[in-house]
Design a protein around this ligand. Structure first.
Ligand SMILES: C[S@@+](CC[C@H](N)C(=O)[O-])C[C@H]1O[C@@H](n2cnc3c(N)ncnc32)[C@H](O)[C@@H]1O
Length: 279
């Protein structure tokens, strides 16, 4: 079968020796989840819609969507900027296939690139808008990653991205901590550190909008299942490598009980930052 996208991943270094995030495992999880992603991605859809609504740029000629997933942001870019050259990048090939399907339904097309977001395969000053929804929190070195993004933007180009910040998954973290003290979730940056990172990469006029979303679940295990279904399993290199045994999981569920609400639902908190900056 002919492939309608470029694969540039195999030549890149998948994990640097200092990686705290296991990219190989994460890439496999997202690849496996691609076909079912949209059914469990209500939060991601809500966040992407808000990012798109908040970002505004006139006369956009070229857009890069980093970590495009199944292409919801890419599709919106194709509609909002019909004359622009749109490029969608993801390291999971099957996510790109889903993006291709989504675009063909609305009769649009984009250049699809299978590559690592931390090794962007583009020459300097290639895009005037670079957008990314809920991907950059997995950067091993956010400032370095944003420096590459800055390099790929044209003069006066705009960066727009959404990411999780400190406080995300606080109920999950606290419950696991009381059980075994091991790393079961990613660590998320505080907003001040995030802003410093974006500025250190060279961006000006950095604006951050914050939002807290609390998802409610009838069962504790549904909290974790939702993340698994979209491929966002814990890919931290220090994660517990053994099986999460039944007894430990039962202890986790019982620790989560203290968060149970009057309506019998279990909350899961997501702290969002919508970040905008200019080159
Ligand atoms: C939570 S999904 C978000 C997808 C999409 N932006 C959305 O809003 O639905 C994160 C996406 O980033 C991709 N991703 C994660 N790390 C990546 C990396 N280092 N390079 C390229 N893509 C990456 C995953 O494959 C996945 O498709």
């Amino acid at each position: 079968m002919q492939k309608n996208y470029y694969i540039l991943f195999h030549n890149t270094r998948v994990n640097s020796p200092l990686s705290s995030y296991d990219k190989r495992k994460s890439r496999q999880s997202f690849d496996r989840a691609a076909h079912r992603y949209d059914k469990s991605a209500a939060l991601q859809q809500q966040v992407a819609a808000k990012l798109i609504a908040l970002q505004s740029k006139e006369g956009v000629q070229s857009v890069l969507d980093i970590g495009c997933g199944t292409g919801q942001v890419t599709a919106a870019m194709c509609v909002d900027y019909p004359q622009a050259n749109i490029v969608a990048l993801d390291f999971a090939e099957r996510m790109l296939l889903e993006t291709e399907k989504r675009l063909s339904v609305i009769n649009k097309s984009a250049t699809l690139v299978c590559a690592d977001a931390e090794c962007l395969p583009f020459v300097d000053e290639s895009f005037d808008l670079i957008i990314s929804s809920l991907m950059l929190q997995w950067s091993n070195d956010l400032t370095q990653n944003l420096t590459h993004i800055h390099r790929c933007l044209m003069g006066k180009g705009q960066l727009a991205f959404s990411t999780f910040t400190e406080g995300t998954l606080k109920e999950v973290k606290a419950s696991w901590k009381s059980v075994d003290g091991l790393v079961h979730t990613s660590d998320f940056m505080g907003v001040d550190t995030l802003k410093q990172s974006v500025e250190a990469a060279g961006f000006r006029n950095v604006q951050i909008h914050q939002e807290t979303i609390v998802s409610l679940y009838p069962k504790v295990r549904e909290v974790l299942m939702d993340m698994k279904r979209i491929g966002a399993s814990n890919a931290h290199s220090d994660r517990s490598k053994g099986l999460t045994g039944k007894q430990r999981f039962a202890a986790f569920e019982s620790a989560y009980e203290i968060f149970k609400q009057a309506d019998m639902n279990y909350p899961c908190t997501w702290e969002l930052a919508y970040v905008f900056g200019e080159k």
